[in-house]
Write a protein that binds this ligand. Structure first.
Ligand code: URA
Length: 217
């Protein structure tokens, strides 16, 4: 896919999500939250579902959990615009309840198409529901901070997935917050490893593989 086609696909997904009626979540939405970020990034963060602030603004992670996510990124020298940030479901569940399996399934084609277009080297999952989409049967307490190959059926043709706790969980527990800072510190190494798996020849040659501290192509 060319960079122009990538942008077109992302815009098409956003336009379709804005008027989507595939599941009951459209009934309560103010705005769909398709996701946003650098279209040429190598790293996609996947959260669970929009909350109240996201529903109002149509942008992912703009509330307190988003502020914390931006702080995690800051500790490794990244900004939110360097990566792409989206969610497993694009509309806010009522009262911020967890998304239901049928809602996740209804929204699945949007995430799949985003991942096909972005073709990331690394997916960072935020929370259980997002992790479950990429690492079936894992438990967050064990899987956080670990790196796994991604099934291309998810849409990401050649990616690794790195699991993190949801930032909202880190807001509720200082223990989870501390672990999340540790996990965030592991993201650049996870990206280097994910790049190495994608193209072993290239990653051995830093001059051709891009700076490890950068998240964009
Ligand atoms: N929590 C999420 O999982 N996603 C958002 O966009 C905001 C909060």
């Amino acid at each position: 896919m060319t960079p122009a086609e990538r942008r077109e696909t992302l815009a098409a997904v956003a336009a379709e999500a804005a008027v989507c009626t595939r599941c009951r979540l459209h009934e309560g939405r103010t705005r769909a939250v398709p996701g946003e970020g650098h279209p040429d990034t190598e790293v996609v963060f996947v959260g669970e579902a929009p909350g109240m602030n996201e529903d109002r603004q149509g942008r992912p992670f703009v509330g307190r959990a988003g502020d914390l996510l931006v702080r995690f990124l800051g500790t490794i020298g990244w900004r939110r615009d360097d990566v792409f940030i989206t969610n497993v479901v694009k509309c806010r569940p009522p009262d911020n309840r967890d998304p239901e399996p049928d809602e996740i399934a209804a929204c699945r084609p949007y995430l799949e198409r985003q991942l096909q277009a972005l073709d990331p080297a690394l997916i960072v999952t935020l929370g259980r529901h997002s992790m479950g989409r990429f690492i079936p049967n894992a438990r967050i307490g064990q899987a956080h901070g670990t790196l796994h190959p991604v099934d291309p059926a998810t849409g990401a043709a050649a990616a690794m997935v790195y699991a993190m706790y949801h930032p909202a969980a880190a807001l509720r527990s200082t223990d989870v917050e501390r672990q999340s800072y540790d996990d965030a510190a592991g993201i650049p190494a996870a990206l280097i490893e994910a790049r190495r798996r994608r193209s072993p020849g290239l990653a051995a040659n830093p001059a051709r593989s891009g700076a490890p501290e950068s998240a964009t192509r």
